[in-house]
Ligand binder design. Structure first.
Ligand code: PMP
Length: 368
């Protein structure tokens, strides 16, 4: 693993890949300074079967290898560092966030390693497993009634008010805090550019807060002079695909998806500055996403969550659109560990009407 700064510096200087000497020097400096030093610099994995099938290079950024197990570790570190730099968070302070998922886990790791308390608000519809995990990572967790964002009792507003009541506390506000997207401008983007030696034609990923898509797109567009194409991948129940394909109209949110952590009903502040840089969008059905969960496991040995495999489907479709010889990069956001009892359960798949989406020869993986 290399330091983030080394990657970013190399990528900035890069007309060509860094020399063997540069790599040797950065490896010699490869000791992570505490847990937060181990966030990022994840491998870029070639998905062999899909690459052969499409005649393209399809590459997945292995974000499941971050210490907290997801891409959100990067944003967690950046929102905490940003609060420190602004003087909003001093030693012994408290971070407050509204989240039901990976951001909370990332924040829990970052806060423990830097000596902050963490308070998490989440809708009370979330599983006991998630609450237990956050608590054992040291967070104080408040499950609150699952009400709409417009209602002042929504978990996000409760998180904000909690931080306001405390001294030396910050509401990190992942959706509209642009330190989130900066994590990807400064780390994910440069890493992809460095790891591909600048040979990347397209980037695609789904959006939750929009940090990953917007930040990575911004960097890759800037460094390539606009040559790298960027595509949004969107699940059912999100409005972004229709926003992009209708030339910017926001419709009411309706429908739902088996994916977690992605899909959006508005243009967040993280997405806003770069929304015009996105070249196109793809709507990916749950049928395609679930089939790819099983294909990635069977063909590549990759045990991936549904947002990751939605991204892989999108990368395959972008590759087919661009034609042979192109390189398409996407994000493997997290592993299947936290979703196994659903994704590999016959009962759940039947309830969701998704059993038929899994080819016969892959059904041997349905063991729960
Ligand atoms: N996949 C998973 C599993 C996530 O938890 C998230 C974050 N909610 C995303 C993808 C989307 O990332 P971002 O917030 O950067 O858009």
């Amino acid at each position: 693993r290399h330091s983030v700064r080394t990657f970013a510096t190399c990528a900035r200087r890069m007309a060509q890949p860094p020399s063997a000497h540069t790599i040797a020097v950065s490896q010699a400096q490869g000791v992570a300074r505490g847990l937060t030093g181990a966030i990022g610099n994840t491998p870029l994995i070639r998905l062999n079967k899909l690459s052969e099938e499409t005649g393209c290079e399809i590459l997945g950024k292995a974000e499941f290898m971050n210490p907290g197990g997801s891409v959100k570790d990067r944003a967690a570190l950046y929102v905490v560092k940003d609060a420190e730099e602004r003087g909003l968070l001093r030693p012994g302070g408290t971070v407050v966030e509204g989240t039901a998922g990976n951001t909370g886990i990332g924040l829990a790791h970052v806060c423990r390693s830097r000596g902050y308390k963490l308070v998490i608000y989440m809708p009370n519809t979330q599983s006991q497993g998630k609450i237990d995990l956050l608590r054992l990572l040291g967070a104080e967790v408040y499950p609150v009634p699952a009400v709409a964002f417009e209602n002042p009792e929504n978990y996000n507003h409760q998180a904000r008010r909690h931080a306001e009541r405390l001294d030396n506390a910050v509401w990190t506000n992942q959706f509209d805090n642009i330190a989130n997207r900066r994590a990807h401008v400064e780390t994910t983007g440069p890493e992809i550019w460095y790891q591909t030696g600048g040979k990347v034609d397209a980037f695609t990923c789904a959006t939750g807060t929009g940090g990953t898509l917007a930040g990575t797109t911004r960097y890759l567009k800037d460094v390539s002079g606009g040559r790298v194409k960027s595509f949004l991948a969107d699940p059912p129940g999100s409005v972004l695909h229709s926003y992009f394909s209708s030339g910017g109209k926001l419709v009411e949110r309706s429908g739902s998806s088996i994916t977690e952590g992605i899909g959006q009903g508005r243009i967040t502040d993280n997405l806003q500055p770069d929304v015009d840089l996105v070249d196109g969008s793809l709507h990916i059905s749950d049928e395609k996403t679930i089939e790819m969960v099983y294909r990635c496991l069977d063909e590549e040995g990759l045990y991936l969550g549904a947002s990751s495999t939605l991204n892989v489907v999108a990368a395959k479709e972008v590759a087919e659109k661009l034609g042979k010889g192109h390189t398409v990069v996407t994000v493997l956001c997290d592993g299947a560990y936290r979703y196994a009892e659903r994704l590999f359960s016959r009962k759940w798949l039947t309830e969701k009407n998704l059993l038929a989406a899994i080819p016969e020869h892959l059904q041997k993986y349905i063991v729960l």
